[in-house]
Design a protein around this ligand. Sequence first.
Ligand SMILES: *[C@@H]1O[C@H](CO)[C@@H](O)[C@H](O)[C@H]1NC(C)=O
Length: 237
Amino acid sequence: MLDSLSLLWLVAMTTSLVSKAQILTPQDYEEEDAESVTTPSAAVLCDYDRCRHLQVSCVELQKVGPVACMCPGLSREDQQPDPPRLGEVHIVAEEGRATVHWCAPFSPVNHYWLLLRESNGAPQKTGPFNATVRRAELNGLKTGGTYVLCVVATNDAGESHVPGADGEGPENWAGSSFGPCGKLIVPPRPATLVHAAVGVGTALALLSCAALVWHFCLRERWGCPRRQSRAQASEGL
Ligand SMILES: *[C@@H]1O[C@H](CO)[C@@H](O)[C@H](O)[C@H]1NC(C)=O
């Protein structure tokens, strides 16, 4: 009886010891290390620039980087992305094209689109561009044309907000300088400017000719006082 009791006690002691030992297995230490590595206390920012062309996502950088780094916080994956920010637009008027730059929003993004709308026309879509892209070319722009250009980000939950797409007037499209939209004014072709200058010059020359002709015709009709007086004088001789 006493033996079986002490045996039970022994069994209880060993099991409790074993379970305590399990709590502190090396596996646990590893897991703790892994956790402390991924916590933001590492305080090194990832080399992630949301405006850089062909920028891989910050999560990818964290996966492949030699040292642990921190990423900016993103909006939720089950929400549509925030609007991207339209950056510099470089217009080559002679070739009717423009290079458009933008910056990623702080949201998960699958693709980007460019929306181009000419004054009253329907918006033209360009793309899609993958999530690393921050720069794209627009072609077929009309010289002297005025457009509104917007960058749209999409993810599984939907598309980023485009001002003007839901009843706001197009004049509000390009309202904010840090928004997804901007006005695109394609200057007239230099050749057009030369033509215009030649045209204006010709018009001015014609106008002054007409003024001269008109002036002399009037003088012919009403007579020139000096010539009349000279004529009178010669008659008198
Ligand atoms: C994204 O698009 C760019 C430009 O078209 C291309 O160079 C790059 O390989 C693409 N990246 C992926 C992950 O598809």
